[in-house]
Design a protein around this ligand. Structure first.
Ligand code: BGC
Length: 427
């Protein structure tokens, strides 16, 4: 039961701007809410009011012994209109970053996490190649403004999830169902990342900083055939894997744009990641061209299979493409009653610790309950409980467990017995 974390492994927590900040910003998720597309009519303008409670949240992180924090910034807040920059918003984020630094918390900053300002959305967002420049202008602004406050960047969070949910399944804004636009978005986001990667390095180098690290957060899952001996299941699993994550991983990490992604003359093959960033949640069990869940497997409150070994299978696969240190930039579960989150964390950290891979960071998703996109406030992923009406924060039992693991740099038998042994998943 006992686990002693390897020397290089550090634990942290993750959030995203739209999911915690609140405030009425003119962005595609607020717009999606006004169109009645969020469960329970949850309003992203409420979220956890972090935009005003950031000091309190930072102190809570300190109290929980957290030293690494992956956070985002809201493009629509900083650039509410085309060619307009809100200097107060920039000053706000600088103050927050400075305060985190003073508390000894290092930041990994996400520039784009699913949310677009409405002016950009109305122009067709990432479906249009000519819109790439707007994203790059934003990157330039941020990197120059934040200077020494941030040295580690995630350019884009989960381009495959953004592209498929927004343009293929039509469940996220703008609600399209178009295969060709899905492919265009993935291709353009790959170009965005590579250009941003080069730009962040060159700006920071010209400012005299040598410690820059840049990557994109890659949402990966395992695609296994329901029946491995059934050729149809097998082929579907391979194809889904390639469409959803294989093609884009190759394009972004190595500049190799292969079918079905659009080839581009703007990018030359190379290596465009300083570390591998993996967001891992679940496995798909495949018997056709749609997501399936293995029967009788452990599941969370959203019905996602809990499959810790999948994290290592995915990490191993990506590490073979490009040998870089690995950060798990998101891993966590929807557990509304906090009934099995500690067990989930234990099982994932166990496989991480046993793997022969250079996994150096683990950021738990999420620091606190939050606005979970179309699930709104109904799906709780946090180590900290949020009472959305009063905005009261309470550290959950899993949050206590997380702190004790950080303090012990591992999981002792006593800790295992106290927090993990009695917990159970749904089947
Ligand atoms: C996203 C998060 C989201 C989490 C849980 C990830 O794919 O990056 O924003 O909250 O999954 O659904």
């Amino acid at each position: 039961m006992e686990i002693k974390f390897k020397d290089h492994l550090s634990l942290g927590v993750s959030t995203a701007a739209t999911q915690i900040e609140g405030g009425e910003c003119e962005h595609n998720w607020y717009d999606w809410y006004t169109k009645g597309n969020i469960k329970g009519h949850s309003n992203p303008a409420r979220a956890t009011n972090h935009y005003h409670l950031w000091k309190e949240d930072t102190l809570l992180m300190s109290e929980m012994k957290i030293k690494h924090y992956r956070m985002g910034i809201e493009w629509a807040r900083i650039c509410p209109k085309e060619s307009e920059v809100d200097l107060e918003a920039i000053a706000h984020y600088k103050a927050e970053l400075q305060y985190l630094k003073e508390q000894g918390i290092t930041v990994l900053l996400t520039i784009h996490h699913f949310t677009n300002p409405m002016w950009f959305e109305r122009k067709g967002a990432f479906t249009k190649k000519e819109n790439i420049k707007y994203f790059l202008d934003f990157v330039e602004l941020i990197v120059k403004e934040f200077g020494s406050l941030v040295s580690e960047y995630i350019t884009i969070n989960e381009p495959n999830v953004y592209a498929t949910n927004s343009y293929y399944f039509g469940e996220w804004p703008p609600g399209e169902k178009s295969f060709s636009n899905t492919i265009l978005v993935m291709s353009n986001m790959a170009i965005c990342h590579i250009k941003a990667y080069q730009m962040i390095h060159s700006i920071r180098e010209s400012m005299g900083y040598q410690d820059t690290l840049v990557s994109f957060a890659n949402h990966v899952r395992v695609f296994d055939p329901l029946n491995p001996k059934n050729p149809w299941h097998f082929i579907c699993a391979k194809l889904l894997d390639w469409f959803f994550q294989g093609a884009i991983t190759n394009a972004i990490s190595r500049g190799k744009f292969r079918w079905p992604l659009k080839r581009t003359k703007d990018i030359t093959p190379g290596e465009y990641l300083d570390f591998i960033a993996i967001n891992y949640y679940t496995r798909s069990t495949v018997s056709g061209f749609c997501d399936g869940v293995k029967q009788n497997a452990p599941k969370n409150d959203l019905g996602w299979e809990i499959y810790p070994e999948g994290l290592i299978r995915c990490a191993d696969h990506i590490y073979r493409l490009l040998k870089r240190p690995i950060y798990i930039t998101e891993n966590g579960t929807c557990d509304n009653k906090d009934a099995f989150r500690s067990k989930y964390i234990y099982e994932h950290l166990k496989v991480i610790n046993e793997a022969n891979l250079p996994i150096t960071r683990y950021y738990h998703w999420c620091f606190c309950d939050n606005f979970e996109w179309v699930e709104g406030e109904s799906a709780r992923f946090g180590l900290v409980h949020i009472n959305f009406s009063t905005q009261e924060r309470t550290i959950k039992t899993s949050g206590e467990f997380y702190t004790k693991m950080i303090e012990e740099n591992g999981i002792s038998d006593e800790l295992y017995k106290e927090y993990v042994e009695s917990q159970k998943y749904h089947y």
